[in-house]
Design a protein around this ligand. Structure first.
Ligand code: 5GP
Length: 204
C-alpha cells in the first residue's frame, strides 16, 4: 500500500475553512481529518473528540513537555496543537491527513516534513472577511478586532505556502482544492513503485 501525505489548510478565521474541509471529507474518502487539541471552550454544536479534543491548559502543557505535538501554537487567546502520533499513523495507513491549522503551525509542519502540501485559503477581500466574521455572530467586538488583526498578519505569509485558493464561490474553491489533492496523489515521488507495477503487468 502506498503512503499518504499531510495536507495543511490555513486561512484567516472567516474564510470558510471549516465548510471547505467538511466538503472535502465528504467527497474524498482517502482524506482523514486531524482532530486538534485545544484549550478553547467548545462553541455551540461542537463535539469533543470530533471537532477538537477540548483539554485544559495544564494537560496541554504536559503534552508539550512530553513532545506529543507535531506542532502547536497560541492562536488568538488559546492553545492549539496537532498530535504527532495520530497524523503519522494516518499517513502510514495511506490517508491524506487534513490539518486545519494556523500559519505558525503550518510553518512548523513544513520544517519537520517538507513534503507536506500546504494550501492557503484566502477571502475575496478584507471587507468581505470582516462581514463574514461579524455575520457569524459568535465573537465579541474585541474578538472580531483581534481576528482581523491576525488576518492581516496571516495573509502576509501566503508566500510560504505551496498553493492558494480564493474562497469567493464555495463550489469553485472546493473544486480547486480537490484538483490539488488529485494532482498531489499522482506525484511520482509518492508512488515510487509505479514503474514495477506497470512492468509486472507484462506485455509483448
Ligand atoms: P477556532 O478557534 O476558530 O476553531 O480556530 C482558530 C484558529 O486556530 C484557526 O486559524 C485554526 O486553523 C487554528 N487551529 C486549529 N487547530 C489548530 C492546531 O492544531 N494547530 C494550530 N497551529 N492551529 C490550529
Amino acid at each position: 500500500m502506498k503512503e499518504g501525505f499531510l495536507l495543511v489548510i490555513s486561512g484567516p478565521a472567516g474564510t470558510g475553512k471549516g465548510t471547505v474541509c467538511n466538503a472535502l471529507l465528504e467527497k474524498d474518502k482517502d482524506i482523514m481529518f486531524s482532530v486538534s487539541s485545544t484549550t478553547r471552550l467548545p462553541r455551540e454544536g461542537e463535539v469533543d473528540g470530533v471537532n477538537y479534543n477540548f483539554i485544559t491548559k495544564e494537560i496541554f502543557e504536559k503534552m508539550v513537555e512530553a513532545d506529543k505535538f507535531l506542532e502547536h501554537a497560541y492562536v488568538h487567546t488559546n492553545y492549539y496543537g496537532t498530535s504527532e502520533e495520530s497524523v503519522m499513523k494516518g499517513v502510514a495507513d495511506g490517508k491524506v491527513v487534513l490539518l486545519e491549522i494556523d500559519v505558525q503551525g503550518a510553518l512548523q509542519v513544513k520544517e519537520k516534513h517538507p513534503e507536506v502540501v500546504t494550501i492557503f485559503l484566502l477571502p475575496p477581500s478584507m471587507e468581505e472577511l470582516e462581514r463574514r466574521i461579524v455575520d457569524r455572530n459568535t465573537e465579541t467586538e474585541e474578538e472580531i478586532n483581534k481576528r482581523m488583526e491576525n488576518a492581516y498578519k496571516e495573509i502576509s505569509l501566503v508566500s510560504k505556502y505551496d498553493y492558494y485558493v480564493v474562497n469567493d464561490d464555495l463550489d469553485i474553491a472546493i473544486n480547486e482544492i480537490e484538483s490539488i489533492v488529485k494532482a498531489e496523489k499522482l506525484r511520482v515521488k509518492r508512488n515510487p513503485k509505479i514503474e514495477d507495477y506497470i512492468l509486472e503487468k507484462g506485455g509483448n
